[in-house]
Write a protein that binds this ligand. Structure first.
Ligand SMILES: *[C@@H]1O[C@H](CO)[C@@H](O)[C@H](O)[C@H]1NC(C)=O
Ligand SMILES: *[C@@H]1O[C@H](CO)[C@@H](O)[C@H](O)[C@H]1NC(C)=O
Ligand SMILES: *[C@@H]1O[C@H](CO)[C@@H](O)[C@H](O)[C@H]1NC(C)=O
Ligand SMILES: *[C@@H]1O[C@H](CO)[C@@H](O)[C@H](O)[C@H]1NC(C)=O
Ligand SMILES: *[C@@H]1O[C@H](CO)[C@@H](O)[C@H](O)[C@H]1NC(C)=O
Ligand SMILES: *[C@@H]1O[C@H](CO)[C@@H](O)[C@H](O)[C@H]1NC(C)=O
Ligand SMILES: *[C@@H]1O[C@H](CO)[C@@H](O)[C@H](O)[C@H]1NC(C)=O
Ligand SMILES: *[C@@H]1O[C@H](CO)[C@@H](O)[C@H](O)[C@H]1NC(C)=O
Ligand SMILES: *[C@@H]1O[C@H](CO)[C@@H](O)[C@H](O)[C@H]1NC(C)=O
Length: 700
């Protein structure tokens, strides 16, 4: 009897596997999401490199969003794409994630080769997670708590996706996003010899993947690729946020999860992934001189020779409105493409990954713009790097496209070696500001770089460790396409996308012609004028080997910065309250009645939010009294709420919560209140406290 059942079981299983094998449109798929919000107070933001831009609160929580796509017949053919609301993904994060996945699952199913971690490039999240010196310097070093919550959140998101694995299907749809990006270095772009092949100087294409259960009844998630810097919030913003991409994800998840689901808690996951956004800005009104209102100098983006006067602005009346407009436009296109998607992905799930030392590549004349054999160079940054961009001009007197000097970067460069004559020659015409190419005594920038390509049926995803300009991205995609044509695996519905800022971070990659201009992006192209050509050579090889099912070498191991980071970041000091006050005592309470469109504010004596990250929880709730119970309707992740922290005297913290009631909102007799949860840290150790506002109503 038992034998019979066992037999029947195997018979059915085999039948099942057979049917799967015969259905090329079926994948094993899963999606997961987890909170990665770091310390929202006192820590410098990663992105603009403006030391005084340090956190004072929270607009929206940061999340990791993971998607697993697998071959149902072969556990080893699986890829994982993770989008993180972070400036970028760093090697020190990737390595630790891979190690922890190895501990949980073993090294076969998920490893550094088939996991791709891509930053959305928000510039409004706390930094100190890079490990390498150049990216951590403006946060005064490594912030272990921020790194840990990021690593842990990515692992949790992947684990959730793993637990949710099911047989399902993926649809792809490609369309255009209107009016959500502009080129911020058109003077460089115009140098490109192939500029006339394209009508636009940025890519407007959005590629959307729709994940659903096999019968199509259950929607699982959405991910997309579209290039635009997540810099709608400018360098005066002090609230942690995912910027336009984080907001677009929030809108999509809200639209797809059941009504009443709090942000980040739903099963449906929507990732707005970054792509070749190197020279792409969301600040659609473009740059102008803030003193005169006149256009900036075209080639150098200066006003009267000064960079800090030339600033680009978004479509909104202020940066918060610009953020929601650019997020909304991405959301609407993604939603439309998702709703109308019809083409199924089908075919192999494959990947190739190789570590490559970017400083010592012989680049074949097949790929170079000079049509000569060339080499890459020891890494260096030019003067244009310190000028910044029109999305966030440098704090000091530097000019894009020009040499100039400045005390801060001169001071930093004094710690570095003097550039060698070979390096100067190799990097020309870049005037070298920072020779960051060697480990001395810590790694300044990485140079053994992860190079990764995924295949999911007819879709190819290239995971790139930096910011490719529009034209660099187009040329690299064309190289991959050509390699696949040559190998005979390209079909009429094949498609290539770039996942930018993935797995490690090496600043920018411009074309050879853009490099000659030495604006910010060219000055930040680390390995010299033939960097893009080197990438084309690498991906020609990886794509060819992927198509021919050949293996690629693992390559040299990247320098492991774990345990070698520096930090001058002090832990939060103790918390105090004024004499006669308790933690959670109200300073300014709410009024008893508000109208739609009003701003509700309440502030309390509280504590430093660095004491507890409230991961997967919230520092604030807007509660509504329904059927004799208080139900939380909004959290610190909702765009309508803002959480502010302010230091007062030496050790006092003032917590203020704002609720921007939408202008269309149901009025009535329902009671509302604002609740704040915190953790104080004093002589008696860490202890939670709660704070409440008075009740209020919303009526006309
Ligand atoms: C995975 O963990 C095992 C056991 O600790 C270790 O021997 C192995 O080297 C690890 N594999 C990778 C790829 O890190
Ligand atoms: C793009 O432009 C270049 C230079 O004008 C030309 O040689 C090339 O064939 C064009 N490529 C495509 C794909 O049209
Ligand atoms: C940032 O945006 C605000 C509007 O929200 C504007 O007043 C300010 O000038 C901008 N600052 C910079 C440096 O872009
Ligand atoms: C590059 O070419 C030089 C000279 O031909 C050779 O010595 C060197 O080993 C090559 N480097 C690599 C990484 O292949
Ligand atoms: C580049 O090097 C290859 C291999 O050494 C050689 O065959 C080719 O002729 C060289 N190209 C040029 C333009 O010198
Ligand atoms: C910048 O500096 C380099 C090297 O110091 C020099 O060769 C070049 O002429 C300078 N360029 C400008 C525009 O001053
Ligand atoms: C690809 O290569 C692997 C490893 O050599 C092999 O196991 C697999 O069967 C090959 N796949 C195909 C489709 O040929
Ligand atoms: C309460 O209402 C008054 C008058 O309408 C307004 O000035 C004040 O800002 C309101 N207070 C709060 C906390 O919203
Ligand atoms: C309140 O309770 C009643 C009766 O249980 C129920 O019908 C109603 O839907 C509830 N209202 C809300 C807003 O949950």
């Amino acid at each position: 009897m038992r034998f019979y059942f066992t037999f029947l079981f195997f018979f059915l299983c085999n039948k099942y596997v057979q049917s799967i094998k015969n259905d090329p449109e079926q994948f094993l798929i899963g999606a997961g999401i987890y909170d990665i919000t770091g310390q929202v107070a006192e820590i410098g933001f990663m992105g603009y490199a403006v030391p005084k831009q340090r956190g004072q609160g929270l607009l929206q929580r940061m999340r990791a969003r993971a998607f697993i796509i697998g071959d149902p017949n072969n556990e080893n053919n699986r890829v994982v794409y993770v989008s993180v609301d972070n400036g970028m993904a760093f090697q020190i994060v990737k390595t630790e994630v891979a190690d922890r996945l190895n501990k949980t699952f073993g090294s076969k199913i998920y490893n550094e080769k088939n996991v791709l971690i891509s930053g959305t490039h928000t510039h409004s999240t706390p930094g100190g997670t890079g490990g390498t010196a150049l990216v951590d310097i403006t946060t005064f070093g490594f912030v272990k708590e921020n790194w840990e919550v990021c690593v842990n959140g990515i692992v949790q998101a992947i684990q959730h996706a793993h637990q949710n694995l099911q047989l399902g299907r993926i649809k792809i749809n490609i369309g255009q996003v209107n009016n959500a990006n502009i080129n911020r270095s058109p003077a460089s772009y115009l140098n490109n010899i192939d500029k006339n092949n394209y009508t636009d100087n940025t890519d407007h294409e959005m590629t959307v993947l729709r994940f659903e259960s096999f019968d199509g009844k259950n929607e699982i998630g959405m991910m997309n690729f579209y290039p635009v810097h997540a810099v709608s919030l400018n360098n005066t913003n002090l609230l942690v946020a995912g910027d336009n991409k984080g907001y677009a994800s929030y809108l999509f998840e809200k639209a797809k999860n059941p009504v009443g689901t709090l942000p980040g808690q739903g099963k449906f996951v929507a990732a707005f992934g970054q792509s070749n956004e190197g020279d792409v800005s969301p600040n659609l009104m473009g740059p102008k001189c803030i003193d005169t209102g006149l256009p900036c100098d075209f080639a150098t983006s200066t006003c009267n020779g000064r960079t800090e006067k030339c600033i680009a602005f978004g479509p909104g009346k202020d940066m918060y409105e610009s953020n929601t407009i650019i997020g909304q436009r991405q959301f609407e296109t993604a939603k439309d493409l998702y709703d109308r998607a019809q083409t199924f992905l089908g075919g192999n799930v494959q990947y190739r990954h190789s570590y490559i030392d970017m400083q010592t590549i012989n680049v074949s004349s097949r790929f170079t713009s000079t049509k000569q054999n060339e080499t890459t160079c020891q890494a260096a940054l030019g003067y244009g790097f310190a000028a910044g961009t029109t999305d966030g001009p440098g704090d000091f007197d530097f000019t894009q496209s020009k040499n100039s000097t400045n005390p801060f970067w001169q001071f930093v460069s004094a710690f570095l070696a003097k550039p060698t004559p070979e390096q100067i020659k190799c990097q020309a015409p870049k005037p070298i500001l920072l020779d960051v190419g060697l480990i001395k005594p810590i790694e300044w920038v990485p140079f053994v770089l992860p190079q990764q390509i995924f295949q999911i049926g007819q879709l190819y995803i290239i995971g790139l460790p930096g910011e490719f300009t529009t034209m660099s991205g187009r040329r690299l995609k064309a190289t991959v396409k050509q390699a696949l044509i040559n190998a005979g695996t390209w079909t009429s519905d094949s498609h290539v996308v770039i996942a930018g800022l993935s797995n490690s971070y090496t600043h920018y990659i411009t074309t050879y012609e853009e490099y000659q201009q030495q604006r910010y992006e060219g000055a930040s192209t680390l390995y010299g004028p033939h960097t893009l050509a080197a990438y084309q050579q690498i991906y020609d090889d990886l794509a060819t080997k992927l198509a021919r099912n050949q293996s690629v070498p693992s390559g040299p191991q990247p320098y492991d910065m774990r345990g070698k980071t520096f930090s001058f970041v002090l832990p939060p000091i103790w918390d105090g309250v004024p004499i006669g006050k308790k933690f959670g005592d109200v300073i300014t309470d709410v009024n008893s009645s508000y109208k739609p469109g009003d701003i509700v504010r309440c502030s309390w004596w509280g504590a430093n939010p660095r004491n507890d990250l409230f991961t997967e929880k919230s520092y604030l709730y807007i509660d509504r009294y329904v059927n004799q119970t208080w139900i939380p309707i909004l959290t610190d992740s909702d765009i309508e709420t803002r959480f502010h922290w302010k230091r007062e005297a030496i050790d006092h913290s003032i917590i203020t919560v704002e609720w921007f009631i939408p202008s269309i909102y149901p009025t009535g007799k329902d009671l509302y209140r604002i609740r704040h949860n915190g953790v104080k840290n004093n002589l008696f150790g860490k202890e939670p406290y709660n704070a409440f506002s008075k009740n209020f109503i919303i009526q006309n």
